[in-house]
Write a protein that binds this ligand. Structure first.
Ligand SMILES: *Cc1c(COP(=O)(O)O)cnc(C)c1O
Length: 466
């Protein structure tokens, strides 16, 4: 498979080049030249497969030419060994037509594990073959950093350095990162905010000589391999609930639009998805877009669902490229306008076309807590705030026809957000063993000021010591 940039002005690459490149040279995101599709008969045959075998079938065409079938199968099987539920992504029925898919049985209890566990092994396999070693650098406000560390710890061909804002992530989230005892992992507390951390990371990547010297790489949510790995659980749920013979709807708590875009890809590949609900918190840029056809940046508010506190949904660019019939110049024009003015809009026909599939819904913090309480009272399910937003949005705007299953994606375990659960339900969720373990393990953390030069010399010294 070859990949092209959404801005139409970068070289075509193979899967392994796209994996390591992240962003394209022209600032765009990579997408495959075509969407592999599966017939209804092929889908029916997939119903009997395990999650692992399904993943190999679905991802095979995307990695063709870069990984052999055996390499892919080995990566998928090893990645799934770190999950704590034999079904990997179990489904729970909470109403006649409403289901919750639990995507929190990975090592860090958030859905990002489902893609990153595989991406860590893709990196290792591709880099080892090339005889290269990379330094993965990222900033985190919580879930991404721990999922990236869990995916890369102990890997031969990659080091990982994660920056976090000192004193501004929860104790559980911090400990998930700092108690990992592996020489290729380092956590740096920056004396600043999450935005400061992200600005430092961006500045590192902008320093081309440094980037080349240290062989910097990223595993952020625009990485194509993450989207690809996320398509698997859409098929997994769809096939359990009657696809391809019944249509299915999904509701997805959204920040960067990566997860919900993976649902769109699953539909392109042949899964009969008739509704995709884009669920957001008070940071509702996407809800407003689907209401008006205009993408207008707002300011970021802190909410009970911090992993969705985002005002620029980077992966939306991939959908835009598709619905504009892969006109990269037009995508580039809109993205430039967005960067310069904080706003762009699409024409009315296109807006209507999108509403044929997508619906959007927002819940502020008060309604999120109401939703958590209501769902607990009605079903006994303790949901984290992100997942509760997804379930409620699916109920409000997701059902097209009676009898069509609506699957809400539960993206984090409630124990990751005990304060929100206590505020909503009056008690704290039970703490799973993986979290209990980290509470008494020693922490390893480096402290640095919010200063680019200090960070650069630290990273150079780290490399020199290896
Ligand atoms: C990252 C995250 C999201 C948002 O996912 P996107 O792919 O960025 O839309 C939602 N919920 C949780 C718990 C997350 O960690």
């Amino acid at each position: 498979m070859r990949y092209v940039s959404t801005r139409g002005n970068a070289p075509e690459l193979s899967f392994d080049d796209v994996l390591l490149a992240g962003l394209a040279e022209d600032g765009g995101l990579y997408v495959p030249t075509h969407w592999p599709t599966f017939s209804d008969d092929e889908l029916r045959d997939m119903r009997a497969l395990s999650y692992q075998d399904l993943a190999v079938r679905l991802m095979g065409p995307f990695v063709a030419g870069s990984l052999t079938d055996d390499e892919l199968a080995s990566i998928v099987n090893r990645a799934c060994e770190s999950f704590h539920h034999p079904a990997i992504a179990p489904l729970r029925q909470i109403d006649r037509d409403d289901w919750v898919m639990e995507l929190f049985h990975g090592p860090t209890l958030a859905f990002k594990d489902y893609a990153l566990q595989m991406v860590g092994l893709f990196f290792d396999t591709v880099l080892e073959r090339r005889g290269e070693r990379v330094l993965v650098v990222g900033a985190t406000s919580g879930d991404t950093g721990s999922a990236a560390i869990a995916a890369l710890q102990g890997r031969k061909a990659a080091d990982v350095v994660i920056l976090l804002p000192r004193g501004r992530v929860s104790e559980v989230q911090r400990r998930q990162m700092t108690t990992v005892d592996s020489p290729n992992v380092e956590v740096i507390a920056i004396d600043g905010t999450f935005d400061d951390c992200q600005a430092l990371v961006k500045a590192l990547f902008a320093d081309i000589p440094l980037r080349d010297d240290l062989n910097l790489a990223a595993v952020n949510s625009i990485n194509w391999a993450r989207v690809m790995a996320q398509t698997v659980y859409y098929f997994w749920a769809g096939l359990r609930l009657g696809a391809p013979d019944t249509p299915i709807g999904f509701s997805v708590p959204t920040g960067n639009f990566g997860n919900v875009f993976a649902g769109w890809v699953a539909r392109q590949m042949g899964l009969p998805i008739d509704r995709l609900v884009v669920a957001s918190n008070r940071n509702d840029i996407l809800t407003r877009f689907f209401e008006t056809g205009a993408m207008r940046k707002g300011i970021v508010h802190q909410t009970l669902s911090p992993s969705m506190d985002i005002q620029v949904s980077s992966n939306f660019e991939r959908l835009l490229f598709e619905v504009l019939d892969r006109d990269g110049d037009e995508v580039a024009r809109l993205m430039t306008r967005f960067q310069e003015t904080g706003e762009y809009s699409i024409d009315n026909d296109l807006h209507q076309e999108l509403l044929g599939l997508f619906r959007a819904f927002r819940l502020d913090d008060a309604r999120t807590k109401d939703a958590m309480r209501e769902l607990y009272d009605a079903t006994g399910e303790i949901l984290d705030p992100h997942s509760a937003i997804g379930v409620m949005a699916g109920r409000e705007v997701g059902h097209r026809d009676e009898g069509t299953p609506m699957v809400a994606l539960a993206t984090a375990h409630p124990a990751k957000f005990p304060d929100a659960v206590r505020e909503a339900l009056g008690f704290e969720p039970e703490v799973p063993r993986v979290i209990r373990d980290i509470m008494d393990r020693p922490e390893r953390i480096t402290e640095l000021p919010n200063d680019l030069d200090a960070l650069k010399s630290h990273l150079r010294a780290r490399r020199a010591a290896q």
